[in-house]
Design a protein around this ligand. Sequence first.
Ligand SMILES: C[S@@+](CC[C@H](N)C(=O)[O-])C[C@H]1O[C@@H](n2cnc3c(N)ncnc32)[C@H](O)[C@@H]1O
Length: 386
Amino acid sequence: MTRWGKTHDVAIAAALKKGRRASIPVYETDLGTAYCGDSLKVLKSRPLQEQRGKVQLAFTSPPFPLNTKKNYGNLQGEDYIRWFAKFAPLLRDMVTNDGSIVIEIGNAWMPGQPTMSTHVLEAFLRFLKKGDLHLCQEFIWYNPARLPSPIEWVNKERSRVKDAFTRIWWMSPNPRPKADNRKVLREYSPSMKRLIETGKYNAGARPSEHHIGAESFKADNNGAIPPNVGGVDALPSMDGVITPKGFAEYLEETTNLLKAANTLSSDGYRKFCLDRGAPVHPARMPSTLVEFFVKFLTDEGDTVLDPFAGSNTTGAVAQSLDRRWLSVEADWTYGAHSIGRFDPEQVTSTCSEISISEIGDEATLFSGSATKRITGAAGELPTAAE
Ligand SMILES: C[S@@+](CC[C@H](N)C(=O)[O-])C[C@H]1O[C@@H](n2cnc3c(N)ncnc32)[C@H](O)[C@@H]1O
């Protein structure tokens, strides 16, 4: 629960000082450091290079090759593919020998016509090749909160359906990166719980040619192995061989689904931005999604890196799970306001463009690249012109 505005306040400069080095942290907590700058440069800077080979998980959602410019900007076509591929060797060098790189990317559409662009797929293949990486598994993330898009073809012409999923690629320099699905087990479905309780089900051959053994489903493994695809409720029913109810139960138990909505879990951050008149990041990841991969692929004390951090969902989730974190965001406003995802007490230092004060007694500020206690009023901050 955020206490910004209750016990502490923060003053954030409108812009970074000109000529400021991007390798200076924007803010730090006991577990992590947030940087502001172009990742291509920041990842090559000394503080990040000191972490080379020590990152257990690089988890990120890069800008998509969209055909309409969004606030956070993006390249298109071959330019995007080339730009994106430059990160492959950089991220590969950052991760440990058994580390993982997990990338979430949405779909892109061709300009002016209702057909999909293959740039995302091409970008991914180029990335995989340039980084000499293994594709450990692909995941589909169904986002039920996504607005109908592309609006031209879905809402106006009505010739396409809502584009509501993104792909998540889990890659590694190692075909067997550290991973344990027992750390992300799901609660059993009611029917599976019943089955374990009663031990009764129909063993034998299935129309799918699978053979279900008499003991296969009797063991209680403390939860169901999670799936890798989301959104079963969006699938049409089948050809009538299986009843809709039976089909739903079958899917519930057997399909691979990651379902999350990015309207959840961002409330504190959202309020923090709105209270300060700052834009709320438009492409936030749901924290449940980050949580899944952080738990699945890392242990407490491991380091998680997000080179396109946006509102720093990754850092905040890593912090909450006692993992170390590093984040890089190019946009100052998004990067600086991501501090609102942390409790004021968790922040151990800020750059000179951010000052934290205690509300009440004598004001106590964090300001500067090391933790400092300064007495005085908050708000005397450098402006872009200084
Ligand atoms: C899809 S958003 C990430 C959102 C983030 N996962 C969250 O939950 O808030 C991509 C972010 O990458 C940032 N970005 C774009 N190019 C960048 C670069 N070269 N270096 C660092 N960040 C960059 C954009 O400003 C944007 O905030």
